[in-house]
Structure formats: structure tokens, C-alpha cells
Ligand binder design. Structure first.
Ligand code: HEC
Ligand code: HEC
Length: 390
């Protein structure tokens, strides 16, 4: 280590960052950027998940490399004690910060914090994926509600990481200016110029190449499901599932309103509804016993608790065991998806919608029970009496 002499550096060039460390760094940058940029829109969810898997594999490698890697990649080489951090920052404010060949004390701690944030963000992401989407390694372990709550933690960690990336970049710029060296180029080439003799670290070319291939491959392995997908084993949890149908049910229950697909309510709700035929939301159904049996059986066999579609899974996961809702529109999941955040008040008052139960006004696939995002169209509010939303 030598102090800045204020001149453009002249001296010999030495290898500071081995290849695996550089591969780790730059693939991490790219995968984090992918995950960040695709986080807002459900359509890009699998690109987001891919970015997350790459990130997670990289982190697992880095934890090992922090112990077995070359000199400046090892954790103990930049685990400076707290007093050297404060000293470094004080000197920095006076414009006299010492030059470190590896990470400086403040930078070292930023690295540790970023690694920790990334590990926690990956794990919380897997929890959200398992709970909310029924996918990934935790799909059978995590309840829907836990997944949903983990989402807020996941977002908080990602935002904290963005803040740390900002600090890290500021640090790189400041250090580059003070010591008149290009730290970004140093992280690409791995080399820095030194005055004093400083032996190069081992490059570990083969490990670097193997790392790159393994990380991308391992993450890609996750997507093997796309290639080997079949009707029996769909890649996405609910694709290709054909939802059950029944003509008697369509005829009798589609007379006054949309025939609400059985997958929208749990079995106990249907059983109760079919018992209370004389008071069906103010109407009387009066079906003969045979028809009642056939419809009840169809409803119960294909109810939300079977979880055969995404709405079924999501609606059912949020109904408490002691609740027996008789309206889809009163389930927690439905209410959240149709809160003012997603559907403006004016739509519910609109002539084209009239009732919350008029699913078909907005969902082109309401008849099938699917309710895919891509088949949702809010109706155009054209008549004069109807205001256009925000
Ligand atoms: C005679 C007309 C009529 C028939 C036939 C009928 N319903 Fe209904 N149903 C209604 C009315 C009226 C409502 C209340 C609609 C509203 O609030 O907009 C309703 C509401 C519902 C709801 C709640 C919708 C929500 O708000 O989530 C469900 C579920 C339902 N019906 C199921 C059935 C089933 C199952 C059958 C067949 C066994 C059936 N209905 C047959 C008149 C009928
Ligand atoms: C006024 C229009 C409107 C009506 C009527 C309506 N929805 Fe929706 N629904 C929406 C919108 C908008 C969304 C999208 C929310 C979002 O962006 O996630 C949505 C989302 C959903 C989703 C979640 C889809 C997903 O994968 O994110 C389900 C399930 C759903 N609606 C079911 C129903 C059912 C069942 C009914 C009838 C009982 C109904 N909707 C009536 C507008 C409507």
C-alpha cells in the first residue's frame, strides 16, 4: 500500500482481482439489473426470477471464494476493524485518503453489507415465489400469506441494495478521482498500477470460466421446465390445466348471471349455497333433488380448495378455515384485486358493469374460470353521464 503522490501513476502493473472475482462482480451487476428492471410487471416475472437465481448462485460461489480465493478476494483481507474505517473516512474528508490495492476499509464494509442484502433478498424472493406463485424450491413449504408478507421485506431489501449500490458507485468515483486511477477499468482488467513491487495474484482462469458456465447453467436448469413441459407437468403451476365443465350447471346457474366457475369458492361454500336454495341472494332457485345433486357434486369436486387454477389457489389460500363466504366478491383475494388501487370507483357505477358480480364486463375469459391477466379489459366508459377515470 502506498499513499497518493498526486501524479498520474507510473510503475508496474499487477493483477489484483482474479478472474472469478471479476466474473462474480460483473454477472452480479447484470443479474441484479435484470431483476430490478423486471420487478414491476407480472409479465416479466420469469425474467425476474431468472435474474434472482443467477444472483443466488453467484452469492453461494462468492461465500466460498471469500475463504479460498486469491489474496484481495478473501474476506479477511478487507474485514478492517471499525477504527480503520473512521480513520479512513476522516482522512478522505481531508483529501488524504490512503490508497489501498484491494478494498479500502469503508469499501470493504460496503461489500459485506451488499453481500448480506443480496443473500437476504434472494431468500425472501424464493419465499414470495413459493407462497404467492406456488413455484420454486419452497412451493410446498410456504403458505400464501407468508409469501405475500415476505414480498414487502423483499422489496425493502431490494431498495436498500439500490441505496448501497449508489454509495458504492459514489465511493468508486471518489477513490478514482483522489488516486487518479480508473477503478472501473481495474475491475474489468483485474490490473492496477503500483509503484512498489507487488506480486500479482493468481488469475484462476479456469475457475473463472467454469464459474461463469456453471452459474448461467445452474440458473438455466431452472428453466428446463420450459423444454420438458407437458400437459401433466406444466412449467408454470397452472398452465394447460383444462378447467372442468358441466352442461346442467351452465344451464341452471347461468340463467340469471354468469355461471361462476366452481374453482372460485371452496366446497363448503357451494354446499351451503345449494342447501339454502329458497334464499339465493333474494331469489329462489327451486331445483329438483336430482339436479341439485348433480350440480352440488360438480361444484364440490371442482371447488377452490382443489387449487386447479391460479384464481382457485389464490382465493382459497386467503379464506380462513372458519369462514364460509357465499360471494366470490366478498373473498379477501377478490376484494384486494378489485380495490381502488386496481379498479377505479367509476367502473362499479358504470352502466356497463352494474354489479361486482358481472365478471364478464371486464374479464373476456370469465366463462372459462381462467381470469388471465392478458384477458382483462376494463370497458370503455363512453356515455356522457359517466366520467372518465383519472
Ligand atoms: C333466479 C336467478 C338465479 C339463478 C338461477 C342463480 N342465481 Fe346466483 N345469484 C342470483 C342473484 C340475484 C345474485 C346476486 C347478484 C348480485 O349481487 O349482483 C346471485 C349471486 C350469486 C353468487 C355470488 C356472486 C358474488 O357476488 O360473488 C354466486 C356464487 C351464485 N349466485 C351462484 C349460483 C349458482 C351456483 C347457481 C346455480 C345453482 C345460481 N347462482 C343460480 C340469482 C340467481
Ligand atoms: C370493473 C371490472 C372488473 C370486474 C367487473 C371484475 N374484475 Fe376481476 N379484475 C379486474 C382488474 C382491473 C383486475 C387486475 C388487477 C391487477 O392488475 O392485478 C382484475 C383481476 C382479477 C383476478 C386476478 C387475476 C390475476 O391473475 O392477477 C381475478 C381472479 C379476478 N379479477 C376475478 C374476477 C371475478 C371472479 C369477477 C366477478 C365476480 C371479477 N373479477 C370482476 C377488473 C374487474
Amino acid at each position: 500500500m502506498s499513499t497518493s503522490n498526486g501524479n498520474v501513476r507510473s510503475g508496474s502493473s499487477t493483477l489484483v482481482w482474479d478472474l472469478p472475482t471479476r466474473v462474480f462482480h460483473w454477472v452480479l451487476v447484470v443479474s441484479f439489473a435484470i431483476a430490478w428492471l423486471t420487478s414491476e410487471n407480472d409479465r416479466f416475472m420469469y425474467a425476474h426470477v431468472y435474474g434472482g437465481y443467477v444472483l443466488f448462485c453467484l452469492l453461494m460461489f462468492r461465500l466460498v471464494w471469500g475463504v479460498y480465493g486469491s489474496r484481495h478476494a478473501r474476506f479477511h483481507s478487507f474485514a478492517h476493524d471499525w477504527s480503520s474505517v473512521t480513520e479512513y473516512l476522516k482522512a478522505l474528508l481531508n483529501g488524504q485518503a490512503e490508497r489501498y490495492i484491494g478494498h479500502n476499509p469503508a469499501g470493504g464494509w460496503a461489500i459485506f453489507l451488499m453481500l448480506l442484502l443480496c443473500v437476504l433478498a434472494s431468500i425472501s424472493g424464493l419465499i414470495v415465489l413459493g407462497g404467492e406463485e406456488g413455484h420454486g424450491p419452497f412451493k410446498h413449504l410456504i403458505a400464501y400469506d407468508i409469501g405475500e408478507n415476505a414480498k414487502e421485506i423483499h422489496e425493502f431489501l431490494a431498495n436498500a441494495m439500490i441505496a448501497m449500490v449508489g454509495l458504492h458507485l459514489a465511493g468508486v468515483v471518489v477513490e478514482s478521482v483522489i488516486h487518479k486511477e480508473n477503478l472501473i477499468w481495474a475491475m474489468l482488467s483485474g490490473r492496477k498500477t503500483v509503484e512498489k513491487e507487488e506480486p500479482s495474484v493468481r488469475a484462476f482462469h479456469i475457475i473463472g470460466a467454469v464459474l461463469l458456465i456453471t452459474v448461467l447453467g445452474t440458473a438455466g436448469y431452472y428453466f428446463r421446465g420450459y423444454v420438458v413441459e407437458s400437459d401433466a407437468v406444466p412449467f408454470k403451476p397452472y398452465r394447460n390445466v383444462k378447467l372442468a365443465d358441466n352442461t346442467t350447471w351452465r344451464k341452471e346457474c347461468g340463467e340469471c348471471h354468469l355461471a361462476f366457475h366452481p374453482s372460485l369458492l371452496p366446497a363448503r361454500s357451494w354446499e351451503l349455497m345449494m342447501k339454502q336454495q329458497s334464499d339465493h341472494f333474494g331469489d329462489a332457485l327451486e331445483l329438483d333433488p336430482e339436479t341439485t345433486n348433480e350440480i352440488t357434486q360438480f361444484l364440490v369436486e371442482n371447488s377452490a380448495d382443489k387449487g386447479t387454477s391460479e384464481p382457485a389457489h389464490k382465493i382459497n389460500a386467503r379464506i380462513k378455515p372458519d369462514e364460509t363466504p357465499l360471494r366470490v366478491t366478498e373473498t379477501r383475494y377478490w376484494k384486494r384485486k378489485h380495490s381502488a388501487e386496481f379498479v377505479d370507483e367509476v367502473y362499479w357505477k358504470s352502466e356497463k358493469v352494474k354489479s361486482k358480480a358481472n365478471c364478464g364486463a371486464c374479464h373476456l375469459d370469465a366463462n372459462t374460470g381462467w381470469f388471465e391477466d392478458s384477458d382483462m379489459r376494463l370497458p370503455k366508459l363512453s356515455t356522457k353521464s359517466e366520467e372518465t377515470p383519472r
